[in-house]
Ligand binder design. Structure first.
Ligand SMILES: NC(=O)c1ccc[n+]([C@@H]2O[C@H](COP(=O)([O-])OP(=O)(O)OC[C@H]3O[C@@H](n4cnc5c(N)ncnc54)[C@H](OP(=O)(O)O)[C@@H]3O)[C@@H](O)[C@H]2O)c1
Length: 364
C-alpha cells in the first residue's frame, strides 16, 4: 500500500544526493531529484528538471519509458537491460498497460506488466519508480471502465506488477457505456485503499475530459490529473487545440504517446523498402508522404546543428511544447535508449530558430 511517508522519504533522499539543474523552458518544473544512481552515472541527468504532474504531489523527469515493447520486440532479458539503463541514466517513470503485449501470437496480455514486475522485484527498486499502467482495453474477456472492471483489472495488474500500489492509473480508452461517476467512484475506492495514487485519461478528447472533470467536481470524486494523447511532430491533432487548452486551464499533466511516431521520427524509414526493419514497420507506412519527408529533413537539419540524432530532436520538440509534462518513448535495445535519454538535455539547448523550423515543417 502506498503511504505518503514512503514517497517523501525516497524523494528527500534523492534530492539530497542529486544535483539537479531545472529545464529552463518548462513552466511546471518542480523541485526534486532523480534517483541516487543518476547522480553517480549520468551527466545527462544533471540537465533534467522534474515536472509536477497536474496538481498532484508526483513529479517526473521529462522522459517516460514506454513499456509496450516488453514481451514484444524486447524479450525479458533485453527488457531488463533497457530498464536498468533507463534508471542508471537518472530516469524513473515507466508506462505500461494491462493489455501489453497481447497482440503477439501466443501472448494473452499482461506480458509487459509481468516483466516489469519481475524487474522491480529483482532490483528491489519499486519505491524509486513512478509506475504507470492502464485498464480498459480488452483483457481476459473483459473491457471498459465499469466499477467491476476497474476493481478486477487493478487487482490483476497489482499482482503482475508485484506491487501493492500504482502511481498513475489510466483509463486507457473512453467508455461511452459507463457513466464517469461510476468509474471515478471505483477509482476513489482504490485511492482510499492506498492502491492507486492518481488517475489519468488516455485517448479522451476535450469534451470527454471536460465531462469527466465536471463529474469529479459535482460528486466530490477524484479527478483525472493527467492525460495521455498521441502526439508527435506528425500527429498533432490529438493534442494541439481544445485538449491542450483544457489541459492548461485545468492544470492537467500531459504525457504523450507515440512521441516518435512508432519509430518514423528516428529517420530510419525513408521509403517503402525501409519498412521491413521492424515488426512495427508496416504501421509506419502512413507517414511516408510529402509532409513526413519535410519533417525528416527538418529533423536532420536541427540534429546536425546540435550534433544530435533526429530521434532526440523529435522528443526534445515535444518536451518544450506548451502543456506537455513529458513524452513517452520506447526502445527495443540499450543502443536505441542511449539516444533517447539525451533528449531532455537537448531540449534545453533548442533555439527559437530550431523550433520554428520544426513547426513549419510539421504544419499541415
Ligand atoms: N495510451 C495509448 O493508447 C498508447 C498507445 C501506444 C503507445 N503507448 C505508450 O507509448 C509508448 C511509446 O509509443 P509507441 O509504441 O507508439 O512508440 P514510439 O515511442 O513512438 O517509437 C518507439 C520505437 O521506435 C524505435 N526506436 C526508438 N528509438 C530508436 C532509435 N534510437 N533508433 C532507431 N529506432 C528507434 C523502436 O522500434 P523498432 O526498433 O522496432 O523500430 C521503438 O520501439 C508505448 O511503449 C506505450 O507505453 C500508449
Amino acid at each position: 500500500m502506498y503511504t505518503r511517508r514512503t514517497f517523501l522519504t525516497s524523494t528527500a533522499l534523492a534530492a539530497a544526493t542529486t544535483f539537479i539543474v531545472g529545464c529552463s523552458r518548462s513552466s511546471n518544473d518542480a523541485d526534486g531529484g532523480g534517483t541516487a544512481a543518476a547522480a553517480a552515472s549520468s551527466t545527462s541527468a544533471r540537465a533534467i528538471g522534474k515536472r509536477r504532474v497536474g496538481r498532484s504531489d508526483i513529479s517526473i523527469s521529462p522522459l517516460v519509458l514506454g513499456g509496450n515493447v516488453f514481451g514484444w520486440t524486447a524479450d525479458r532479458e533485453r527488457s531488463f537491460e533497457i530498464l536498468d539503463r533507463f534508471v542508471e541514466a537518472g530516469f524513473e517513470t515507466i508506462d505500461t498497460a494491462d493489455v501489453y503485449s497481447g497482440w503477439i501470437p501466443g501472448n494473452r496480455g499482461g506480458e509487459s506488466e509481468t516483466i516489469l514486475g519481475e524487474w522491480m522485484a529483482s532490483r528491489r527498486n519499486r519505491d524509486s519508480i513512478v509506475l504507470i499502467t492502464k485498464l480498459g482495453g480488452e483483457m481476459d474477456g473483459h473491457k471498459g471502465l465499469s466499477a467491476a472492471n476497474v476493481q478486477r483489472a487493478a487487482e490483476a495488474s497489482l499482482k503482475r506488477l508485484q506491487t501493492d500500489y500504482i502511481d498513475i492509473y489510466f483509463s486507457h480508452f473512453p467508455d461511452d457505456d459507463t457513466p464517469h461517476e461510476e468509474t471515478l467512484a471505483a477509482y476513489q475506492k482504490l485511492i482510499d485503499a492506498g492502491k492507486v495514487r492518481i488517475i489519468g485519461a488516455s485517448n479522451f478528447d476535450a469534451n470527454q475530459v471536460r465531462a469527466a472533470l465536471d463529474a469529479s467536481a459535482a460528486n466530490g470524486l477524484p479527478r483525472y490529473e493527467i492525460l495521455q494523447p498521441r502526439y508527435n511532430l506528425y500527429d498533432r491533432d490529438g493534442f494541439d487545440g481544445p485538449l491542450r487548452d483544457l489541459a492548461l486551464a485545468e492544470e492537467l499533466g500531459v504525457i504523450t504517446y507515440s512521441s516518435l511516431a512508432s519509430g518514423f521520427l528516428t529517420g530510419k524509414y525513408r521509403s517503402e523498402a525501409d519498412l521491413d526493419q521492424s515488426p512495427r514497420g508496416r504501421g509506419v507506412a502512413r507517414y511516408l508522404d510529402e509532409r513526413g519527408m519535410r519533417i525528416l529533413s527538418a529533423l536532420d537539419e536541427v540534429a546536425a546543428r546540435h550534433g544530435a540524432e533526429p530521434a532526440d530532436v523529435a522528443l526534445a520538440w515535444v518536451i518544450v511544447r506548451e502543456g506537455v509534462t513529458a513524452p513517452i518513448a520506447s526502445a527495443r535495445n540499450v543502443e536505441q535508449l542511449d539516444t533517447l535519454v539525451r533528449a531532455p538535455t537537448l531540449a534545453s539547448a533548442l533555439t527559437a530558430e530550431d523550433i520554428q523550423l520544426l513547426d513549419q515543417a510539421s504544419a499541415a
